[in-house]
Design a protein around this ligand. Structure first.
Ligand SMILES: [Zn+2]
Length: 214
């Protein structure tokens, strides 16, 4: 099986906790479930419908606040973004609203709940994508889409849990969600950046990473 990101030949193993054939690319460090285990969108939606994400939920606010703080503290001297798109917002517009509140006018887009395709033709100073990358069945075309919407010198801010290597994979909670199919490390994003002509500015070694279009 070739890597879904860098097309290198992968090794594979069975994740015994979920009985999933799983591939690992040593070139870019992507771990991914076998594509035969990828679910179609209606099946995924049944699970997403269970997610509660209310603007009143203080836990979600704190969660997004941490993400926003990571982005702002990693930007350095760069121009403050004026416009944003939250790619894969889910049903909620909470992150987009919180960003708009601090002067980054942000729109939510979601292929399941807010599929306003016109937004995908726009260009934004920052594109955020929170808990989306672990669901992508075609990461290269999704990233192409994100990049086409990011203005030159713009930022791409991603949150997804980074994996801890093949050895710890079966003990990790993240792959147990059947809609979680791809698992990254900063090395994977370095490779993606190489392919797409952007660069990694910062990451927190755990679950957040910031890229810049160059
Ligand atoms: Zn790879």
């Amino acid at each position: 099986m070739r890597c879904l990101i860098c097309e290198s030949e992968c090794s594979n193993f069975v994740d015994e906790s979920t009985d999933s054939l799983t591939h690992h690319c040593s070139e870019c460090d992507l771990i991914f479930k076998d594509p035969s285990l990828f679910q179609d969108l209606p099946t995924q939606k049944l699970r997403y419908d269970l997610h509660q994400n209310s603007a009143d939920d203080m836990g979600y606010r704190a969660y997004f606040q941490k993400f926003i703080e990571f982005v702002l503290s990693s930007m350095g001297e760069r121009d403050y973004p004026k416009s944003g798109l939250d790619f894969g917002s889910g049903r909620s517009s909470l992150l987009a609203d919180m960003m708009s509140d601090i002067g980054i006018t942000t729109l939510p887009y979601d292929p399941v709940y807010r599929a306003d395709e016109e937004l995908l033709d726009g260009r934004y100073d920052i594109v955020t994508s929170v808990e989306v990358f672990e669901h992508l069945t075609d990461p290269i075309s999704s990233l192409k889409q994100i990049i086409s919407m990011t203005s030159s010198g713009g930022l791409i801010a991603i949150r997804t849990e980074f994996h801890h290597g093949v050895d710890g994979h079966a003990k990790w909670y993240y792959p147990k969600d059947p809609t979680h199919i791809l698992f990254y490390t900063p090395k994977t994003f370095e490779k993606l950046s190489e392919i797409f002509g952007c660069k990694v500015i910062a990451h927190n070694e755990k679950n957040m990473i910031l890229l810049e279009m160059i």
